[in-house]
Structure formats: C-alpha cells, structure tokens
Design a protein around this ligand. Sequence first.
Ligand code: SER
Length: 389
Amino acid sequence: MNTEQTLRTFTDFYRERGHHLITGSSLLPPDSDPVLFTTSGMHPLTPYLLGRPHPHGRRLLNVQRCLRTTDLDEIGDLTHLTVFEMLGSWSLGDYGHSQSLRWGYELLRDGFGIPHDRLHVTVFGGDDQVGPDTESLCTWRELGVPVEPTGEDNWWSNGPVGPCGPDSEIFVWTGDIPPQGTPTTDPRWVEIWNHVHLRYQRHEDGSLEPLRQPGIDTGMGLERLLTVLQGHNSVYETDLFEPWTRLLPPLWGLDEPSMRLVHDHLRSSIVVLGDGVRPSNTGRGYVLRRLLRRLLTTLRRDGSPRTLSDLPQELIEHTLDHFHQPSGTGPIRDELLEEERRFTKLLERGRRVLSRSEFQRPLTDEDFGYLHDTHGLPRDLVAGLLTTR
Ligand code: SER
C-alpha cells in the first residue's frame, strides 16, 4: 500500500464511522499556545479534550504534521524523523475505549491487511494511583489478541499537567520468523498505534482529577505504518522518500547516516518554510536555522563543494505537494539559497577570527560568549570549526 492508499484507507474508515476530518494541520499552533511547533496530533485539541465543545462535533479525525526536536540526535538512524505525520482519531466524550480498540483492530486487519497473528498489544497494568485497565484487557481478550500489561509505558500525558490516562499500544511483528516473545522482550514487535483513554486531568501538585467527559485520543505515525506495511526496515525505503533516495545519493554521495540526516533536515526545512517560517535567531526561525546549519555542516564535512544550488526542484515540489502547501517552489528555493549564503559568510568570518593567535588554545565559556556576542558566531558553529582546524 502506498502513501496515498494508506491515507485514504485511514480517513475513509473513520469517516464511515461518523468522524469529521478536521483541517488546518499546520505545524504552527495558534498564537495562544506557548509551544513553538505542534508536537502531536492531539496537541491542538487539548482544550476540547478537557471539555470545550468542538464546532465539528464529538468524533474527529486528522492527519497532523508534527515537529519534534527532542530526538534530533537520533536523526540519521532508520526510524526517527524531525517532521512526521500523525494519523489521529478522537472521541470527545462520545464512544469509549473498548469501541476505539475494536475499530483499531478492524482497520489494521481488514483495512491494512495485517494478519491477526502478527499483532500484540500492551495495556496499563495499574500503579499506586490508578487501577489496572481491565476494560482494555477484556476487549483484547475477546478479540483474541495477546496482551501484555505494563506500568508507566502505558500511561500517556502530554506534559506534567493536563489531560492524561491509561493507553493501549498496538504492536506489529516485523521479524522474518514466526512471532515470538512480547513487545517488552523482543524489539521486532514494533509499536504502530496508541489508543489513549483520557480519563484524568493532572494538576500542578501531581494529583489526578477524573474528567467529567473522558475522551479517546489515538495516534499512529504515518511513516512507521508505511514502513511496516511496505515490509521495510527504514522509513527512507518507503515511497514517501522515493524521489529523495533516487535523486540525492548520486548527486551528493555521502555515507548512509549522513545521507539520511540530509534527507530528513532538508525535507523538514522545506515543510517549515512552507508553513511560513523564515530563518532567524529566535523562536521558530531559530529551529529552522539550526536544521539548515546542521544540514549544511554535514554537506561540507569533508571539505566538499556540495551546495544547495544543486538541489533538484522536484524534491521541493514533491514535499510541498505532499503537505498541501501552496507556497510555490521558487520562494522556498530562494530562502534555502539565501540561508546557505549567510552560513558561508559566517563560516568565513569564524575561520578568520579563530585563526588569531589568542584562540590557539582550548576555548573557555567566556571565549564562546565573546565569539557569540561580538562576532555573531554560535557556540555549535565554533565547536564545529574547532574540530576541523
Ligand atoms: N497522544 C498519543 C500519542 O501521541 C496518541 O495520539 O501517542
């Protein structure tokens, strides 16, 4: 199943069950929200999960692009992405957890064709504040799916305060041999979907208050689902990255992890630019600038003259098309090239300053502060230059 078919199967399934597809899936949360970028499918829905009526009713679905910088050091491996998409479904005080799990099972088995015997689930086994999630346990037993109870791994919250509750995670067996072990004992069980029963609100003092209107929040990462459905080990082998893996390696010839980082950071930067963010030294613009600088540093690591001027137009087009962003490839390309020019200048200045005799010794925090404040040279850039001199 390719990306298009997977998205359609998901949205059709929930639409047929009375869910409204909500739009407005930009990476930028509303102004009233203090976070820089949307980090999960449920994030923009938090007020409604706490009880505010939603204009589109009590059953919703969405395909939400998300950006996370918490895993930045993992980028370059086979599974982590900076910008990814969450397939989400919600019940705002409508149906309960058991119904959500039954639909989840039906969609995976009949919609996506995942064999019953390749599924395993985990449920919340209880802790000193909340008892075990027996509703989910019974539902999975009725469906004949093996269940493993765990502790905090099956408790979901979006932060220290706010809506939270027990969740049930669905895993798919990805090994070449028949399934064995459980999700906590064998990594070939890969988690693809999380169904959260938002039953509580956590307060500052750590106490839990039952929600008047418990809700359901489910989230499934599109890229991981595609990897499993298409039988790959790496997200970069799915059709979503097809033009990237076809066009860039012959052009830039980097080692595999560096190539993956370049794919991820470039694609993420295009999406962030497509949502209207421009590079700057603060806030969202700084996140974008860091992504681009890490990418450019990787491109030039071995002193090669690789440049974004050679970036195939098709990759910008493909990304903007996929995310339904109308910005046009021209302006995005111009921004990328402008940022590359700025970075080149900064590097030149950095090399010049660091070649002075006073810096021919290990640098102190004070030096880093001076280089930043007086010469506009960020610490990570200076650190990068020091490793290559
Ligand atoms: N909020 C849950 C998650 O992010 C399910 O959407 O995993």
